[in-house]
Ligand binder design. Sequence first.
Ligand code: SF4
Ligand code: SF4
Length: 135
Amino acid sequence: MQKKRVVLNFPPHLIDQAVTYRLIKDYDLMINILRARITPKEQGRLVIEITGRRPSLDAGITYLKELGVEIQPLAQDVKWAEERCTHCTACISVCPTKALDVDRKSMVVSFNRDKCIACELCLPVCPYQAMEILF
Ligand code: SF4
Ligand code: SF4
């Protein structure tokens, strides 16, 4: 089983279509919706985690692309400004996936974007605005 976290951008004419249902039913994929919103230009943005066998994942992604849905890896939309981080560790206890973690010996904080689910819990606790979620 493979897992991918991606951001889907839907053009206005696709917003009301049962795209995630088709991914589940026709492509045998598990879909976990992490975030969903409609932008002011009425485009849909969906952050999802897709789990399935590799051929199913590839087929599902091809289906989305052919439909006109733009796909990008979630990691592109999450930024950690390392130069602003003071390693204060305020974010460590709120991060549910350990995407933000601290080495207990050196007390150096690190960010693993592959673990991030864009939940935004770290944003209000960071005194230096070192985390940015671009949605
Ligand atoms: S957005 Fe959520 S998962 Fe990502 S680093 Fe912040 S708290 Fe952790
Ligand atoms: S709260 Fe902000 S400054 Fe403090 S460790 Fe986390 S990212 Fe760095």
